[in-house]
Write a protein that binds this ligand. Structure first.
Ligand code: C2E
Ligand code: MG
Ligand code: MG
Length: 644
């Protein structure tokens, strides 16, 4: 009688159970995808086949305890379960290998081959009942191996061969975790099978399953990080992997990105649970929309769809399907809502890199957001993006070479009838001498983080000017701060350091802040502004009237002065309503103890009306344009002379 060793099988049972519990527990918060279900099925199937193996050993060791038919049934079931489990694992790994390959021909071929192999083996098991080619029970009821008993080992080896061939053929589009699986699996399978051939009494079928599961589980842990927890879609890093694999395997790709606008309205109206449910629904819908497509959640409100590029017509048709679906209402139980969104459409070429494609996509989406529509990435957009890169390069170089200049625009004090202060404004010209507008380079500096360096350049320059006393009668200078400075916890400290270093009083420096920066994190912004005012610095609200401004900001933040944006002056004095509004706002803010600056005053008539309205300070081309430091000194000297 054969004395089987079950130690490896018990151990494998334990490993499979642990993986199942860990995996199931961990995954419960994450949507179940096909691959996840399949992996769980592999684990369950392994568990059953190991149990059958253990039962089979028990019934063959003690044949008198069970009738022969049951013994036959248990052992035949074990043979079938083992084969089925191996094929299931193989199918799962085929899917992983071919995950980033659009052409599913290879997968279909693999399924057919696996089905054939399993069917042939099943036939053997059935035939075995009559012939005993695999195993049989002798007249004493003892288990005996048939001539083809070892045939079972051939199956995992054949399947491994097929997997390796498939992997080698599609290597360019296989993701890293799967490469790791495919590099470790062959030695494991071969060692286990060889060991089994030489020591057939040590049962290792379960060990094969548990080691494969462990290997996949480890690779899956990385896969889990590639998934978005809320929607179960692949996330941004998976999207980048998909892009680079498609590019290296030369599969032309069509990408449709969708960015949702109005989800915050839904959150406010129905609560975040409904908002989350809606996101889930949209994600699933996008994932379902095209059998050959794949959906990703690349940022909180942005989804991307990847599709094989076949032709322009085909991609237009797909785009149309997405647009039509997004135009339709979404129904969640009783709730029916419509979502507005913008879209970007792009063809991914082989010469590009994944990061570059991502940049194109984000830039195109940015344009689509401005226009609230669909924007297709084309040569013109590529050119604009290249110009942006060129501009950023100029800015970087200009910071190193200290080419940025600070100019000053004098501010006319209506009460004194002269100039006491100025606003510091950055200036830059390209290497051909053409000046670049701050409206172009400041947003870029904010986007790239260069604004930090620039602000400190301006601050130092302003402090140096004030300290030098080169401008007679210049009592204070205001400078513009951006969002990043407002978020800097050491902002006040840094400004104070400059003031101390240049022996200046805080009243000599005014800080201008655009209200839109305050909306980002109002609480923190208020604490920052209070810390600045606590240090004796005055804060001006810049660009009041540009669409972001609301009166509650004036109330809630410690502004001492409000700067009316140029847009409010445009129709003064022709439009009586504009004049009236200016007068009313001025009276209102004066009542609130705020001083007022009118920006963008360009002619005498405007200036007269604005003075009449009671505005305290006027900044505009009518009085003076921004100018370099030496001209400012001359300008102020002239004004002083005129006064005396
Ligand atoms: P801002 O802070 O509102 O500055 C006033 C802008 O209005 C300046 O434009 C100024 O030249 C312009 N301006 C003043 N009076 C008139 C007028 O009568 N007519 C017209 N057409 N324009 C007038 P500039 O220098 O082009 O700056 C644009 C914006 O760039 C600034 O708006 C500010 O937001 C930003 N900026 C400029 N320098 C800096 C800086 O050093 N740091 C930061 N963070 N932003 C800056
Ligand atoms: Mg300003
Ligand atoms: Mg302004």
């Amino acid at each position: 009688m054969i004395r089987w060793s079950l130690i490896a099988e018990f151990f494998s049972l334990l490993i499979i159970t642990i993986i199942f519990l860990r995996y199931y527990g961990y995954e419960r918060h994450v949507a179940f995808t096909e691959n996840r279900k399949l992996f769980l099925l592999c684990l369950v199937s392994s568990f059953i086949s190991i149990l059958l193996d253990i039962c089979g050993v028990f019934t063959t060791t003690y044949p008198s305890c069970v009738p022969l038919w049951l013994n036959l049934l248990i052992n035949s079931s074990y043979f079938l379960a083992m084969v089925f489990t191996c094929s299931l694992f193989a199918y799962f790994i085929f899917r992983l290998i071919l995950e980033h390959v659009y052409d599913k021909h290879c997968l279909h071929q693999a399924v057919r081959t696996l089905a054939c192999l399993t069917a042939v083996y099943t036939l053997f098991v059935l035939v075995n009942l009559f012939t005993g080619v695999l195993f049989f029970f002798d007249e004493n009821g003892l288990y005996c191996r048939g001539p083809l008993n070892q045939l079972g080992f051939a199956l995992p080896v054949i399947e491994l061969g097929l997997l390796t061939a498939c992997y080698l053929r599609n290597r360019a589009s296989v993701s890293k975790p799967v490469i790791a699986v495919m590099q470790s699996l062959p030695p494991i399978v071969l060692v286990v099978v060889l060991f089994q051939v030489f020591y057939p009494e040590v049962l290792l079928n379960g060990a094969l399953c548990s080691l494969t599961s462990l290997l996949l589980f480890i690779s899956f842990q990385t896969h889990i990080n590639d998934r978005d927890a809320l929607t179960g879609l692949r996330n941004r890093s998976n999207f980048l992997t998909e892009l680079s694999l498609r590019i290296t395997s030369r599969q032309p790709l069509h990408i449709i990105a969708v960015s949702l606008h109005s989800l915050s309205d839904i959150n406010m109206q129905y609560g975040h649970t409904v908002g989350d449910a809606l996101l889930y629904e949209i994600a699933q819908e996008l994932d379902r929309l095209f059998p050959q497509g794949r959906a990703f959640r690349i940022s909180s409100l942005t989804f991307a769809l990847t599709l094989p590029w076949e032709s322009q017509d085909q991609s237009d048709a797909c785009l149309d399907i997405v647009r039509r679906r997004l135009r339709d209402p979404w129904i969640l139980g009783e709730i029916r809502c419509q979502l507005s969104c913008c879209m970007a459409d792009l063809r991914c070429d082989e010469e590009e890199t994944a990061d570059r494609i991502m940049e194109y996509l984000e830039y195109t989406l940015g344009l689509a957001k401005q226009e609230h529509t669909l924007v297709r990435f084309d040569a013109e957009i590529r050119h604009r993006l290249e110009q942006k890169h060129a501009m950023i390069a100029i800015m970087r170089k200009s910071i190193q070479e200290r080419r940025f200049r600070v100019w000053y625009q004098p501010l006319y004090c209506c009460q004194a009838g002269t100039f006491h202060s100025a606003e510091a404004l950055l200036r830059l010209s390209d290497y051909d001498g053409n000046s670049i507008s701050p409206n172009v380079f400041i947003p870029l500096a904010e986007e790239t983080g260069m604004i930090g360096d620039l602000t400190w350049i301006v601050l130092e320059e302003v402090c140096r000017l004030l300290r030098s006393g080169a401008v007679p009668g210049l009592q204070s200078v205001s400078l513009n701060l951006s969002m990043q400075q407002l978020l800097d916890p050491h902002l006040t400290e840094r400004i104070q350091q400059y003031l101390t270093q240049y022996q200046l009083r805080p009243e000599q420096l005014k800080i201008e802040i655009t209200e839109r920066f305050l909306l980002h994190d109002a609480e923190y912004a208020r604490s920052q502004l209070e810390s600045l005012t606590g240090a004796g610095l005055e804060i001006y609200m810049d660009d009041f009237g540009t669409g972001y401004s609301n009166l509650s900001s004036v109330l809630n933040f410690p502004f001492s002065c409000i700067k009316f944006d140029r847009s409010l002056m445009l129709h003064v004095p022709e439009d009586p309503q504009a004049v009236r509004m200016l007068q009313t706002l001025t009276a209102l803010f004066h009542d609130m103890d705020k001083r007022l600056v009118a920006e963008g005053v360009e002619d005498a008539e405007q200036a007269a009306y604005i003075k009449d309205a009671g505005v305290d300070i006027i900044q505009g081309f009518y009085y003076a344009k921004p100018m370099p430091q030496d001209q400012l000194a001359a300008f102020f000297a002239e004004q002083q002379e005129a006064q005396t």
